[in-house]
Design a protein around this ligand. Structure first.
Ligand code: NDP
Length: 397
């Protein structure tokens, strides 16, 4: 029986709230707070049981502290945006409350997401005797736990990890993003980078492309090498790792639109003068694009996200592929969200459940691959994201 404060009321939050509300024996009291209270109320209205809602600016630490003190949660689930991570961690420290998120901190004025800012909080969380769990979404999150599960049960040592994220869903729009457009476009237009023997190898944005026949008849998409934040933490936490890369599928229409938008300056994140007002082009573009939370009823098809992992077992090189497939329409039928929000929200809910059940404990700041993968893998099967393992590679990369 625990109180939880959920911050943010977007696509991912909707799933987290649905899942937590369906498990009252763990999540006995829920407060959903965000910048726009009406969005919290709209999510609350979809549920079978009452929850509390509130307005909060998560960049305002005193406001957050007052909210946490008045409600008294054991855990704060941060499903707002990466810009809020440090402010919410500050408020958790001040109130002695555990913290969980799905994306690492990113400064608003540079598209540079890395863990160092949050890792710097480790000693303070340790001293305060509270846990911060970072990256409890799908990627990072499930993909990181897939790696530690293979490490624990299938291989003696992991040498190569390729994380592959395929979204074969179709929402019918010529261009829309499946999660927050600003975060998504900043991520996709950044330079590619992969981790090799302790160093970063940089590539031009979306310049390395492969194609493969995705298991379970998902299709034959093009996948592109990208930087993704779990490469940094896996490089630190998987002993013996030689290389870690991340690949994501994109359709031709999405890429063509992105190229044109980039060429005309619409993806810029610096301020420009417009009609006597300063605007950030990417934020203006966000206002024009479909809200990712509205894609649910229109999106058909499946996601396939997995890790191809090579290493040694009893001195012999072996490769395993571990993955989940998720159906957009099945997700919508269950929690009124498409699969991208679902595959992020369910792992955030499971991470929160394991913290509150004290199956995952620790004082300090931890990435999800630093805790025992087994209870999380059991809960993925139990709560909507079942996984499978294939012995042998599915793609030559
Ligand atoms: P949305 O944009 O749909 O939702 C973000 C929510 O945060 C909105 O409700 C927004 O409020 C709220 N918010 C923004 N700023 C503040 C603030 N200062 N104070 C309070 N609330 C605020 O994003 P998503 O739901 O798509 O994504 C949520 C998080 O999940 C992001 O951090 C994203 O990077 C992460 N993510 C992680 C993935 C993973 O696999 N690990 C995959 C996909 C997403 P308002 O409604 O007023 O705009």
């Amino acid at each position: 029986m625990s109180k939880v404060l959920i911050i943010g009321a977007g696509g991912v939050s909707g799933v987290v709230v649905h899942k937590c509300a369906a498990l009252p024996e763990v999540f006995s009291d829920i407060l959903l707070a965000s910048r726009t209270k009406s969005k919290c109320d709209a999510i609350a209205a979809q549920l079978d049981r009452p929850i509390q809602t509130a307005q909060v600016d998560a960049d305002n630490v005193p406001e957050l502290v007052a909210l946490i003190q008045s409600f008294g949660p054991e855990l704060v689930i941060n499903v707002a945006l990466p810009y809020q991570d440090l402010h919410i961690m500050d408020a958790c420290l001040e109130t002695g409350t555990a913290y969980l998120d799905t994306a690492n901190y990113e400064p608003p004025d540079t598209a540079r997401f890395e863990y160092k800012w949050q890792w710097e909080y480790h000693d303070r969380f340790k001293q305060a005797g509270i846990m911060a769990l970072l990256g409890s979404g799908f990627d990072p999150g499930v993909t990181s736990v897939f790696c530690t599960y293979i490490q624990k049960h299938y291989l003696d040592e992991i040498h190569f990890i390729d994380i592959i994220d395929v979204n074969a869903g179709d929402h019918g729009y010529p261009f829309a993003t499946n999660f927050n457009p600003e975060i998504n476009i900043r991520e996709v237009t950044a330079k590619g980078r992969y981790w090799e023997n302790g160093s970063w190898i940089e590539t031009e944005p979306l310049s390395v492309k492969r194609s493969f026949d995705v298991p379970e008849n998902i299709g034959t998409p093009n996948i592109y090498l990208m930087y993704h934040e779990e490469l940094e933490s896996l490089g630190k936490h998987i002993p013996g790792l030689k290389r870690a890369r991340f690949w994501m599928s994109f359709g031709d229409s999405y890429l063509k639109h992105l190229e044109v938008l980039g060429n005309v300056g619409m993806t810029r994140i610096d301020e420009v003068e417009f009609n006597g007002q300063k605007i950030i082009p990417l934020q203006f573009l966000k206002a024009l694009l479909p809200d990712p939370a509205s894609l649910g009823p229109r999106t058909k098809g499946k996601t396939w996200i997995g890790c191809q992992i090579t290493g040694l077992k009893d001195g012999v090189e072996k490769t395993f592929v571990i993955y989940n497939t998720c159906d957009h329409q099945a997700c919508y039928a269950e929690v009124q969200s498409q699969a991208i929000s679902y595959t992020t929200g369910v792992p955030a809910f499971i991470g929160a459940k394991l913290l509150l059940e004290k199956k995952w404990t620790g004082n300090g700041v931890f990435n999800i691959e630093q805790v025992d993968p087994d209870p999380f893998m059991d809960d993925l099967n139990a709560y909507g994201l079942p996984w499978k393992i294939i012995d042998g590679p599915v793609v030559q990369l």
